[in-house]
Design a protein around this ligand. Structure first.
Ligand code: NAP
Length: 240
């Protein structure tokens, strides 16, 4: 795929995700420049241009915004994108039902993408799991997820999303197994077991940078689309 050169606003730039986005954006072909936006000036911003959140209306013309902030910061970010008619990619979690409704309303005017997990590999795994589940309706299905010892919730949010894909495709709840060990970033295996054969689909994350890289790739792809709400699968698998 060929990308045009895009200018991207990073909203929430002083946070963990925002700083990763600012660090990785220069490595991504097709991104001409970024502007960091946050209330506090990011300590390690180097030569990245920065605007305080209160001066968002003075942001230079851009093609897309990537927002990893908070539900309190989300509304102004979305409003800016609608006013400027630019693509909006957001990974902010904890949004209310009315904020999701605002996203849907915005999608009638601009391209919009919200995802709880920006791993491109997980998005493709979800689509593959749905196909396998539909094709193998009577096989046992088990979801095995492994994470570092500090992760408290189990099963992981990603495992639940994969389980939903199985339910949607063939009904019935898969079995979940959660392991916590060492510093493992995140591994998910969906196992389908029949009589005398077994199919395993596995994703392994080795770096947390995958979420920032995925969001940057999504911004490139989304900015080339017209208005509408997309998923990562839509952008990667050509379902839209
Ligand atoms: N979808 C995914 O793959 C994924 C992955 C990781 C995280 N997330 C989500 O992304 C969001 C950010 O995560 P993080 O780990 O980077 O959090 P974080 O380190 O706490 O950073 C939050 C950012 O939001 C800004 N912010 C806070 N209140 C704000 C407000 N009222 N208005 C505007 N900006 C505000 C903060 O900057 P200032 O205080 O300087 O404004 C900071 O830049 C969270 O919702 C998190 O759950 C999603």
């Amino acid at each position: 795929m060929s990308h045009v050169e895009l200018r991207i606003l990073i909203h929430g730039a002083s946070g963990r995700m925002g700083r990763a986005l600012c660090r990785l954006a220069p490595e991504v072909a097709g991104i001409a420049g970024i502007v960091a936006i946050s209330r506090a000036e990011p300590a390690d911003r180097g030569s990245t241009p920065w605007l305080p959140t209160s001066a968002l209306d003075q942001a230079p013309d851009s093609d897309a915004m990537i927002d990893f902030s908070t539900p309190e910061g989300f509304d102004a970010a979305l409003r800016h994108c609608v006013e400027r008619r630019i693509a909006f990619v957001t990974g902010t979690t904890g949004l209310s039902a009315s904020q999701f409704a605002a996203l849907d309303a915005a999608a009638t005017r601009i391209p919009v993408l919200w995802a709880a997990n920006f791993s491109l590999g997980v998005a493709v795994l979800e689509a593959l799991v749905a196909r396998a589940a539909a094709a193998l309706p009577h096989w046992d299905c088990d979801l095995i997820e492994t994470h570092h010892i500090h992760k408290r919730d189990a099963p992981s949010g990603t495992a639940l999303v994969l389980g939903q894909a199985v339910r949607n495709a063939r009904g019935g709840e898969p079995h979940y197994a959660s392991l916590r060990a060492g510093d493992i970033v995140g591994e998910h295996t969906v196992q389908f077991a029949g009589q005398g054969e077994r199919l395993e689909l596995t994703h392994r994350a080795t770096s947390r940078d995958i979420f920032a890289r995925g969001a940057l790739e999504c911004a490139l792809r989304l900015a080339a689309r017209g208005p509408g709400r997309r998923s990562i699968g839509d952008l990667l698998l050509g379902t839209d």
